[in-house]
Structure formats: structure tokens, C-alpha cells
Write a protein that binds this ligand. Structure first.
Ligand SMILES: NC(=O)c1ccc[n+]([C@@H]2O[C@H](COP(=O)([O-])OP(=O)(O)OC[C@H]3O[C@@H](n4cnc5c(N)ncnc54)[C@H](O)[C@@H]3O)[C@@H](O)[C@H]2O)c1
Ligand SMILES: [Zn+2]
Length: 311
């Protein structure tokens, strides 16, 4: 378990042991699991097999994909929570990637003015980023995370074995956030993380722990993003614009981390232009990210819409 400066425990590995202990220490009137169509097929069976209390829970399953992260789906979740007789002493278990953690955290933190929830992140991005920090949200049409809450889970359970079924492209997308953690505050970690990129999922545990540590420390110092937490947005002003642009223009749009990799190259370039970042480091960052992430082409005619999106 990691004792961060943040006020809830984050457990690593040995999920059945940690989750069993957590569930037997706490008296919840009802436990319901939120999944998406992929995590209910790939992740839930393993969890149910090793944890009795999970095997008997009611399940709320939503369609996989960012398109589900909206208020209509959330209304459906609230209705099912009510149908399952969840009350203020119940627990919602969010089993999934960042989409499930975000909408599940939002649904739980607003249902009956807020009930307990935990995150069991199953994507790399959710393990190192979305499940940490207490931000919960749904999208408003195409505007990402416009409606949300700051509310903390009771605990987070991180088990790298879930990564075994995660598609490689999703894994690489999550890895962009890990590389970001190195770039924003730990040069040695950036090198270590690069060295681990091709390794198996079990070997990922120390990397995940270190990234969670970095994010937790930054969040603990600034839980509601008054200042220092903005560090975590490195690559995201440009990256989010490119992500939205790609979503509306491409048949096979960029994933979040792929867009953030491009955003980090652009923002490193800005740092160089402002004379803060040495050219050798800009070169290293650019070449490394281009080695692992797709190039994205746009022309001068797209600048206006990209700048509009950045605003
Ligand atoms: N709250 C925060 O602080 C925060 C931070 C970063 C990102 N986010 C949010 O996180 C979301 C992106 O997260 P994501 O990349 O995990 O997306 P996601 O939850 O949509 O997961 C990506 C895909 O992988 C599938 N998947 C997840 N785990 C799997 C597994 N173990 N095996 C097989 N398939 C699996 C999902 O079903 C989905 O199809 C966005 O909505 C973003 O806004 C939130
Ligand atoms: Zn991100």
C-alpha cells in the first residue's frame, strides 16, 4: 500500500488480498460494480473468481468508449443504483479504464449527495492517471469533462495483471502519461520509463508505482488545481486540441495519449523558443516521442480551428 499525502490508500498488486481485507473491514449495505462492455468480459470474471463478495454483486454495464461518458448514461446509472436499492451506506466499484472511473466517480459522488466508491483501474492510463486525484466528470456534448466533481474514492486498487488483455495501442497511449511524469519532474525517471517500454506487464509495477507517486504528490499539494497541479497538463493544451480535431475529422481518431505525445513535442518546442529548454533536450524529446507515437499531419488551413480548440 502506498501512504501518500493524499487521504486514501492506494493498493498495488495482490488485488484479491487487499480487496477482501477492505471489504471485510467495512460494512457496506450494498455493493454494485460498474463496468463497460470490455471490462465486464475481460476483467470482471477474474475478480469474481477470487473475491466472493464481488461474485454476488449486482452489475451495471455501459457501452465501452468515450461516447458513454455523458449525462444521459449517468442518469441510467443513477436509476439502476436506485433499482438496486443503493443507499448512503452503499459502495460503487468502478472496474474499468478512465471512462468508467470518471463517470462512476461522478455518479457515486452525486447519488444521494454522495456515496462511497472505489476505483479498480484496468487500463494503463487509468492506473497512472485517471484513478488518482479525485476528479470525476462527464462530457457535455463534445466538451470534455465539463460537468464534474472533486470527490475522493475510499481506496484505489491497482493490479497490473489487468493489462494482459489491454490492446497494445491503448497501453502505449497510457504510457504517454508516464513519460509526461518524467518530463515534468524527474529526468532520471524519464530514462527508466523509456527503458521499460517494451517490458511485460509484471515488470510495469515499479513504473506504475512511481508514476502514481508523482501524480499523488502533485495533487496533494494542490487538490483543486489552483496552481501547481497544472504541471500535469503538460502537453495537454495542444494535445487536447489535436485530440478533438482528430475526433471530428478522422475515421480512426487519435487516442488521448497519442495526441498528448504530439502535444508534448509542440509544447517542448515552445519551451525551447522561450529559451528555457536546451536544443539538445528538445531534440531528444522529439526524437524519442516520434519513435513511439504516430505522426499526425495537418496543414496551415487547419491552424485556425486548432487555435480555436486550444482557447
Ligand atoms: N479524472 C482524471 O483525473 C483523468 C485523468 C486522465 C484521463 N481521464 C479520463 O480517462 C478517460 C480515458 O481513459 P482510458 O484511456 O482508460 O479510456 P477507456 O476507459 O475508454 O479505456 C480504453 C479502452 O480500453 C478498454 N479496456 C480498459 N481496460 C481494459 C482491459 N484490462 N482489457 C481490455 N480492454 C480494456 C475499454 O473498454 C476501452 O475500450 C477519458 O475519459 C479521460 O478524460 C481522467
Ligand atoms: Zn492526459
Amino acid at each position: 500500500m502506498m501512504k501518500n499525502n493524499i487521504p486514501y490508500p492506494i493498493y498495488f498488486d495482490s488485488i484479491s488480498e487487499h480487496l477482501n481485507a477492505f471489504l471485510s473491514e467495512r460494512e457496506f449495505s450494498k455493493i454494485v460494480i460498474l463496468t463497460d462492455t470490455n471490462t465486464s468480459e475481460k476483467c470482471l470474471p477474474n475478480l469474481s473468481m477470487s473475491i466472493d463478495r464481488i461474485a454476488n454483486c449486482d452489475i451495471i454495464e455501459i457501452d465501452a468508449g468515450e461516447a458513454s461518458k455523458n449525462i444521459d448514461i449517468c442518469t441510467g446509472i443513477w436509476s439502476m443504483m436506485n433499482d438496486f436499492h443503493m443507499d448512503r451506506h452503499s459502495l460503487l466499484v468502478n472496474l474499468g479504464g478512465g471512462m468508467v472511473c470518471d463517470i462512476g466517480g461522478f455518479a457515486a459522488s452525486t447519488y444521494m449527495r454522495g456515496i462511497s466508491f472505489i476505483h479498480i483501474p484496468t487500463s494503463l492510463l487509468a492506473m497512472v492517471d485517471a484513478s488518482i486525484g479525485g476528479k470525476n466528470a462527464v462530457d457535455l456534448n463534445s466538451l470534455k469533462n465539463m460537468i464534474g466533481t472533486f470527490a475522493e474514492p475510499e481506496a484505489v486498487f491497482i493490479a497490473p495483471e489487468f493489462l494482459d488483455t489491454l490492446p497494445e495501442r491503448e497501453r502505449l497511449s497510457g504510457y504517454a502519461e508516464i513519460l509526461k511524469h518524467g518530463l515534468i519532474c524527474d529526468a532520471a525517471y524519464w530514462e527508466t520509463a523509456l527503458g521499460h517500454m517494451g517490458m511485460g506487464n509484471k515488470a510495469m509495477l515499479p513504473i506504475i508505482e512511481r508514476s502514481v507517486g508523482i501524480k499523488s504528490r502533485i495533487v496533494a499539494g494542490d487538490p483543486e488545481e489552483a496552481g501547481p497541479r497544472k504541471l500535469l497538463n503538460f502537453g495537454h493544451t495542444v494535445g487536447h486540441a489535436i485530440e478533438s480535431f482528430s475526433l471530428s475529422n478522422d475515421a480512426n481518431p487519435l487516442l488521448h495519449g497519442e495526441a498528448i505525445a504530439i502535444g508534448m513535442i509542440c509544447e517542448a518546442y515552445l519551451s525551447f523558443k522561450k529559451n528555457k529548454l536546451p536544443e539538445t533536450q528538445l531534440h531528444r524529446i522529439t526524437m524519442t516521442l516520434l519513435d513511439h507515437y504516430p505522426v499526425y499531419a495537418f496543414g496551415e488551413e487547419d491552424f485556425d480551428s486548432l487555435i480555436g480548440l486550444m482557447r
